[in-house]
Design a binder for this molecule. Structure first.
Ligand SMILES: O=C(COP(=O)(O)O)N(O)CCCCO
Ligand SMILES: [Zn+2]
Length: 311
């Protein structure tokens, strides 16, 4: 069933588990996510970046938003598990409005690169508009290192728990993404993975709302190895280990943003198939392994986050 993201995350918050929020750019990734959710009897959040709207709409973000709602709703309405559709890292009003108008379950307004007062003001406005349309809202406080869309943050700016309390009270935002040391992409840590659990615990204590972990991909080594055996060069890639993901859920993370792990699994399956099947040119065949590997990574993540059976 197609639901508001709040329905999924309020339950996860109450019962203390995490739900994967999986990024898509096309139909094939939607297949993998829905199939995994059905097999694991797990809720799923499907999300699209602003770039995905442009990509799927072939240049028109309004068309892209409408297309994703149509595709996701079609699958959501044909399965029992709860499915939500979220705009990830919305920063331009045009994209946020396109998704609200198209019928997204939720939108993220990412004004984390603005000073606090500005982030509060912008988020307040989006919350008012989105709530009027029964759409829930995610916002971010602090900054992830690495590239966040077109904004490069040299180093992460960790969340200030007291600012988080004020931010949530003043904006009435539904979900908050506190920066606690992760970053987007496949190269998250130079040394060992280290997140600031104390800050996370404090933010949860002070806000009590569902929290979001961005940059949460683990960079599954099994997939890295298959990809590299078939021509990929992912040297130095490193993500958030499963045991650390579990700890973030224990301390209050409920939405776990996962894009890189799906991309790595997909390219591993695609490279392996193409190298082993030089005569094949049917997309339904050469995308099949890619989907299977992506589905497997998603099902494993549902086990790690403890969302299995939580429908
Ligand atoms: O926080 C995340 C997921 O981060 P990742 O999957 O790279 O760890 N996202 O918001 C997905 C889009 C960012 C580009 O990857
Ligand atoms: Zn993110």
């Amino acid at each position: 069933a197609y639901v508001n993201t709040k329905v999924i995350l309020d339950k996860a918050n109450k019962e203390g588990y995490g739900v994967g929020a999986f990024n898509v750019n096309n139909l094939e990734f939607i297949h993998a996510i829905i199939e995994a959710g059905v097999e694991k009897k797990s809720p799923v959040i499907i999300q699209t970046s602003q770039g995905a709207l442009k990509y799927a709409g072939d240049g028109d973000v309004y068309r892209g938003a409408r297309l994703f709602v149509k595709m996701v709703r079609e699958f959501a309405d044909s399965v029992e598990i709860p499915v939500a559709l979220n705009l990830d890292h919305g920063s331009k009003l045009e994209n946020i409005m396109a998704c609200i108008q198209a019928g997204y379950s939720s939108v993220m307004i990412d004004a984390s690169h603005s000073p606090l007062e500005e982030n509060i003001a912008i988020t307040k406005d989006i919350v008012r508009i989105a709530h009027a349309a029964n759409v829930s809202v995610e916002a971010e406080l602090g900054q992830l290192a690495g590239i966040e869309d077109d904004v490069v943050a040299e180093h992460s700016v960790l969340v200030d728990p007291n600012e988080a309390k004020r931010f949530v009270e003043e904006t009435k935002v539904d979900f908050l993404a506190p920066a606690i040391g992760t970053s987007h992409g496949a190269f998250k840590f130079k040394g060992t993975a280290k997140l600031d659990f104390d800050r996370l615990k404090e933010v949860k204590e002070l806000t009590k709302i569902p929290l979001v972990l961005h940059g949460a991909s683990s960079v599954v080594q099994e997939m890295v190895k298959i990809a590299e055996a078939n021509g990929a060069d992912f040297g130095g890639s490193k993500g958030v280990p499963s045991d650390i993901l579990k700890e973030t859920v224990k301390y209050g993370i409920n939405k776990v943003n996962t894009d890189t792990d799906l991309r790595m699994a997909y390219i591993a399956g695609l490279r392996e198939f193409l190298n082993n099947n030089p005569k094949e040119f049917d997309p339904r065949k050469y995308f099949a392994t890619a989907k299977e590997y992506t589905k497997k990574v998603i099902m494993d993540r549902m086990e790690v986050l403890d969302s299995v059976g939580k429908i």
